[in-house]
Design a protein around this ligand. Structure first.
Ligand SMILES: N[C@@H](CCC(=O)N[C@@H](CS)C(=O)NCC(=O)O)C(=O)O
Length: 223
């Protein structure tokens, strides 16, 4: 059985639990908080970050490396399009989700609104929240809005691009923050459609207990 190490509300762990679920893989999620890792964690994850996996005697870290491994090891139910150009676009959007949407927007907001008050016992720095929301977020959401007109982000079926972007937007929503319909109409509608789908709906229900235990806000997610 595949073991995935991480926490359910982590953007990158969710990318892998969703990939495994889409492929119908039998997996268990073993809880690892990157701020309080188990002994020998660095042998599984050299960066110290989550997620990592164990598949038989094989271990691997980094959500994109893990995704590409799973895509090749379990090719049924593909999440990368056959078409070379669409596959390239899907991988670009996965990189954009991890390198720009997460790194520049969601990570900082999660750190300020959840990790500082709930884990570190420090106050949220509202100036940083404001700078991310008003200074950085509009450009990132604006780009995503410009490409979010269809049912899916790369081609005509669900790909890793949708999983990576929706995973970020879910964690963003758990911060009690909105994707404003008037400002980002296509992105807001795309996200609403995705989370209403049976696939994402099941994932949202599966993580509900962990999300509530962390004191996150589910009010923007109608599961
Ligand atoms: N490139 C890595 C990024 C993973 C990552 O940033 N994970 C976050 C949780 S979503 C983490 O471990 N954060 C802890 C930290 O920043 O120390 C991947 O795709 O797996």
């Amino acid at each position: 059985m595949l073991t995935i190490y991480g926490v359910p509300f982590s953007v990158h762990t969710r990318k892998i639990t969703l990939t495994a679920a889409f492929k119908g893989l039998d997996y268990k999620l073993e809880q690892v908080f990157p701020f309080d890792p188990p002994q020998q964690w660095s042998s599984l994850s050299p960066t110290g970050l989550i997620p990592a996996i164990k598949d038989g005697d094989f271990t691997l870290a980094d959500s994109t490396a893990i995704f590409l491994y799973l895509e090749r090891a379990y090719p049924a139910q593909p999440l990368l399009p056959q078409d070379n150009r669409l596959a390239g676009q899907a991988l670009f959007l996965d990189a954009y989700a991890g390198g720009t949407l997460f790194r520049n927007v969601v990570h900082g907001l999660f750190f300020q609104k959840v990790l500082r008050p709930k884990v570190r016992g420090e106050a949220t720095d509202q100036a940083v929240v404001e700078q991310i929301c008003s200074g950085i977020r509009p450009g990132v959401f604006g780009y995503l809005d410009s490409i979010a007109g269809g049912d899916y982000l790369a081609g005509n079926s669900l790909t890793i691009a949708d999983i990576a972007v929706v995973s970020n937007l879910l964690t963003y929503s758990y911060l009690g923050l909105e994707i404003e319909t008037a400002r980002f109409p296509k992105l807001a509608a795309y996200f609403k459609r995705q989370i209403a789908s049976p696939f994402f709906g099941a994932a949202i229900r599966a993580e509900q207990a962990a999300v509530e235990a962390m004191g996150l806000d589910r009010s923007r997610i109608a599961a």
